[in-house]
Each structure stands twice: as structure tokens, then as C-alpha cells.
Design a protein around this ligand. Structure first.
Ligand SMILES: Cc1cc2nc3c(=O)[nH]c(=O)nc-3n(C[C@H](O)[C@H](O)[C@H](O)COP(=O)(O)OP(=O)(O)OC[C@H]3O[C@@H](n4cnc5c(N)ncnc54)[C@H](O)[C@@H]3O)c2cc1C
Length: 365
């Protein structure tokens, strides 16, 4: 295990993109100040012992993997940062529902998707191209194009930091919901492995998302080749700046900055009263009579289009209204100012309060 007190020694060679000694070296936004101590854990035991040791000393710990869903303050993180770099994909069982695959938390997510498809296992294809680690996918129940990891996760292996014990959590115990779970905004859990149950077939799961179905030329509910779904999703995502590309500043983001608001019938009626010339927003029925509305539509209609700029080189992506980007010289303070301006604009225009999707570390909106 490496203990790296000063992260500047380990930052990427693209120095223009990263401020010295910054956790920005480990985030897709390229933002965030220094860590108190940075520890790289390549084995689960190392991660557990670091977290346990810090707890005994009363020091705060931040688990960081791909850094693609965090906004870290310009002052950084004063405690211990554990960079999770564990690896391993193993088949551990099989039954008539499919093959049980156990994946180490640090395993890069898109490598896993590619690997399972090559092995003839379906169920993750629509989640192609999402950055970050496998262990972070249960944190916010990662989802895209009609699939979410809750559809295929069978169990999550964790170290329970409160009880100082290892546990295996079933899907109901994980409390999965839209971009949420018991793990999000909690310092209790260190995810070590995730078990996925994947059917052995070359066919995709039923296509649920209209845009993807349209691009594939099928109707919702149909199945096509899972490999074709991956290829199509990667193209769709690249067109929106949603696949990491070091040469493309539109991808220097956390993906969607705001979740799509889920509105009560009363809130939804309030939005409709305020539409005036905005036209009718797209919407989807959600549980318990609620309605999900695209945050991107609300943001655009509130006057914040693609490319809208804040101060210090932060801007809405030129390809996707929901992605706030650091064009190279940004700060977390400037990014959050832009996010606040957008949130307040949408609230004033439609009476809807948007909530951030990433985890905010040592900073607030
Ligand atoms: C271009 C782009 C596109 C994106 N598209 C999507 C998308 O389509 N759908 C979607 O849902 N998300 C999307 N995201 C967000 C992000 O990629 C996912 O949330 C991803 O799962 C985060 O993984 P990570 O390893 O980078 O997590 P990190 O950013 O390192 O961590 C995120 C949070 O999870 C915690 N965490 C991470 N690993 C563990 C662990 N092993 N145990 C305990 N806690 C842990 C961290 O402490 C932090 O609170 C996108 C991001 C980008 C930059």
C-alpha cells in the first residue's frame, strides 16, 4: 500500500488541467484542493485497514474511486482520502437466472461492461460508457438509457464502518431508488465487491428508452443484439459529451449535475400554470402519482442554454444542458456559483428546486 502525503507527485502530466497538489488530479472535473493524506488501496484489506485506522484516530475519511461523481471544494479534504484501486472479475456461481459475477469495487465500470458482453452475458449493455468504478455504481444506483444497476445487482459486499464488520447486503437492504440508495450521502459503508446476476445470452435486455429504441429502429420492449446496444449507446453518449475524452472539455464534468425532479401532482400543476410560452415539457409518470420532468428542459426554458458561461472558465457543456464543465481554468467556487444561478433561475421561473446529483465534498450549493 502506498501512502502519498502530497498528491502533486502523482498528478497527471497534463499540468495545465490540474492545479498543483490538488485532488483535482483524481476527479473528472479536474477540481478540488489538497488532501490531508492520500492512500492508494490496491487490495480490499488495505482499504479496510486505512478506514478502520483513521476511525480509531477520529480522522475523517473520503473514499474516492474514479472521481466522476464528486465535487470537491477548493480547500480540498482535510482528512484521509482512500483511492480505491482494487481489481478482479470472477464468476462465482450460475443458475437458471444467469451467471453470478463478483466484481472488485475498483474495477473500471466500462471495462466490466465490455468484458461481460464479450463473455456472452447481457444486462449491462445500456450502461456502456459511464465513467468511474464498479463499486460506486450501487452508491447512486447508476442508470442510463432505461437500465440501472439495481436491475442486475444481486448483493453488495461492504465493510460497515459503524459496526466495524463485514456484511453482505441484499438488494432490498440497499434501498435502491432513482439515483439513490442507502450508500449515498452516508459515511457508513465501504463497498468492496458487487455481485451481478447476468443472463447468458447475446440478446439485450428489453429496450426501455425511447431515444435508444428510435436509434436502433425498434419499438420499446423489443430485444436486439446486446453488442449493438453497446455500440449505439456509446455513439449516443459521445454526441452528448457523456463519454470521457481528454481532448474534449465538454466531458470535463460529473455527467448530469442535477437530477430530474420528481414532482407531486400539486407541484406539477404549479409548473403547468407557469408554462406561458414554454410549451409542454416532456414528462414521465413516477411512483405514487408523481411525475418526473427532465431537468435539462427546465434549465433551457429558464434561459440557460448549451454553452452558457459562468466566471473563471466554467460553463454548461456545448453538447448537453445538464453537464456543468470546467473548461480548464475553473474553480469549484465558480462551478457552484454557476450551479446556484441555474438552480435559482429554474426555481424563479417554474417553482421547482433542482438537487445536485454528484456528492459535494467540503463544499455546498
Ligand atoms: C461524462 C460523465 C457521464 C456520466 N454519466 C452517468 C450516467 O449516465 N448515469 C449515472 O448514473 N452516472 C453518470 N455519471 C456519474 C458517475 O460516472 C457515476 O456516478 C459513477 O458511478 C461514479 O463512479 P466513481 O468511481 O467515479 O465514483 P467517485 O466519484 O469516486 O465517488 C462518488 C461517490 O461514491 C463514493 N464511493 C465511491 N466508491 C465507493 C466505494 N467503493 N465504497 C463506498 N463509497 C464509494 C464516494 O465516496 C463518493 O461519495 C457520469 C459522469 C461523467 C463524468
Amino acid at each position: 500500500m502506498d501512502v502519498v502525503p502530497d498528491v502533486s507527485a502523482d498528478r497527471p502530466t497534463d499540468a495545465s488541467a490540474v492545479r498543483a497538489s490538488s485532488l483535482g488530479a483524481y476527479t473528472t472535473l479536474r477540481l478540488g484542493g489538497p488532501a490531508g493524506t492520500l492512500t492508494v488501496a490496491a487490495e480490499p484489506d488495505e482499504a479496510v485497514s486505512t478506514v478502520r485506522g483513521a476511525a480509531r484516530k477520529g480522522q475523517p475519511v473520503l473514499v474516492l474511486a474514479g472521481g466522476s461523481n464528486v465535487v470537491i471544494g477548493d480547500d480540498g479534504y482535510p482528512g484521509t482520502v482512500v483511492l480505491l484501486r482494487t481489481r478482479g472479475i470472477r464468476v462465482v456461481g450460475q443458475d437458471d437466472r444467469g451467471v453470478l459475477v463478483r466484481v472488485a469495487a475498483g474495477e473500471p465500470w466500462d471495462d466490466l461492461v465490455a468484458h461481460t458482453l464479450e463473455r456472452g452475458l447481457a444486462g449491462l449493455e445500456a450502461l456502456s460508457g459511464i465513467p468511474g468504478s464498479t463499486g460506486a455504481t450501487p452508491i447512486q444506483n447508476v442508470g442510463a438509457y432505461g437500465q440501472e444497476v439495481a436491475h442486475t445487482i444481486e448483493a453488495v459486499h461492504v465493510y460497515d464502518r459503524h459496526e466495524d464488520t463485514m456484511r453482505v447486503l441484499s438488494v432490498p437492504e440497499c434501498g435502491f431508488a432513482y439515483r439513490s440508495s442507502i450508500f449515498k450521502h452516508s459515511d457508513r459503508w465501504l463497498v468492496l465487491d458487487v455481485d451481478f446476476r447476468l443472463p447468458e445470452t447475446a440478446e439485450s435486455a428489453p429496450i426501455r428508452y425511447a431515444e435508444l429504441a428510435g436509434r436502433l429502429g425498434v419499438t420499446a420492449g423489443e430485444r436486439v443484439s446486446a453488442a449493438r446496444v453497446r455500440e449505439t449507446v456509446l455513439k449516443l453518449r459521445a454526441g452528448k459529451g457523456m463519454v470521457l475524452d481528454p481532448a474534449d472539455p465538454d466531458t470535463r464534468s460529473v455527467g448530469s449535475f442535477f437530477t430530474n425532479p420528481v414532482l407531486s401532482a400539486q407541484e406539477w400543476a404549479g409548473v403547468q400554470d407557469r408554462l406561458v410560452d414554454a410549451g409542454e415539457p416532456p414528462s414521465w409518470p413516477a411512483p405514487n402519482g408523481t411525475v418526473k420532468v427532465p431537468a435539462a428542459w427546465l434549465i433551457e426554458k429558464a434561459g440557460f442554454g448549451k454553452g452558457y458561461s459562468g466566471a473563471d472558465g466554467v460553463a454548461i457543456s456545448s453538447k448537453h444542458t445538464l453537464a456543468l464543465t470546467n473548461r480548464g481554468s475553473g474553480t469549484t467556487a465558480a462551478l457552484l456559483d454557476l450551479a446556484r444561478e441555474i438552480r435559482n433561475g429554474v426555481r424563479d421561473r417554474f417553482g421547482v428546486v433542482l438537487h445536485p446529483e454528484p456528492v459535494l465534498v467540503n463544499c455546498a450549493l
